[in-house]
Design a protein around this ligand. Structure first.
Ligand code: TMP
Length: 208
């Protein structure tokens, strides 16, 4: 068996992250892989409390720097308590969003300095990165139409399309810069076509 893999899933709102997390979960399970599924912000009791602050209404007006540092506070806890121990035990980690989301949302979306994010990444993570990141990509309007059918929008979902277009472009630029790690999936079509693409990527990585 290959070394424990760290897989993250990324994308803008409404691209089908939830259904595709389930799909990847099923593939790993069917393959008999020992893995944990987790998410960011969140993944620990402290991280989930920070998630509620980051997405909810109570601290709606927090500064962009505060938002950035809370994302990394959640991540520091997550890595120390959950991700590193799992990988060290040989368990795979399937994570709904990770540091690429910070570059995309706080860097691209909020215009925070990428060097500053890089500095936090170096501090908190050292050289820990996902081995594989699947980026679900679809036009913002497509995601909006799908997400609109769900419950009340959170603090990020309330942002404008221009914000999400910057997020999307930053994700794509990162995929272009790191094509070995970040695999772009066209998520504009139906679920079946998206799952076929994901299956192909995973098969390649895991020699399924
Ligand atoms: P979601 O995981 O349910 O999509 O919600 C998490 C939200 O948090 C989503 O809008 C993206 C945002 N986010 C950031 O802005 N930066 C981050 O580093 C992470 C992990 C998430």
């Amino acid at each position: 068996m290959t070394k424990a893999m760290f897989i993250s899933l990324e994308g803008t709102e409404g691209v089908g992250k939830t259904s595709n997390m389930e799909f990847i979960n099923t593939i790993l399970k069917n393959r008999g892989i020992d893995f944990i599924e987790t998410r960011e912000p969140g993944g620990t009791p402290l991280g989930e409390a920070l998630r509620a602050m980051l997405l909810g209404e109570d601290f709606k007006g927090m500064s962009d720097d505060t938002e950035l540092m809370l994302m990394f506070a959640s991540r520091a806890e997550h890595v120390a308590q959950v991700i590193k121990p799992a990988l060290e035990k040989g368990q795979w980690v399937l994570c709904d969003r990770f540091t690429d989301a910070t570059y995309a949302y706080q860097g691209g979306g909020r215009h925070l300095d990428m060097q500053r994010i890089q500095g936090l990444e170096n501090w908190v993570l050292g050289d820990l990165k996902p081995d594989l990141t699947i980026l679900l990509d679809a036009p913002i309007e497509v995601g909006r139409a799908r997400a609109g059918r769900r419950s009340a929008p959170d603090r990020f979902e309330q942002e404008r399309d221009t914000f999400f277009n910057r997020v999307k472009e930053t994700y794509l630029a990162r995929a272009k810069a790191e094509p070995e790690r970040i695999k772009v999936v066209d998520a504009s079509g139906d679920l079946q076509s998206v799952q076929q693409q994901i299956q192909r990527i995973l098969s390649h990585y895991m020699q399924l």
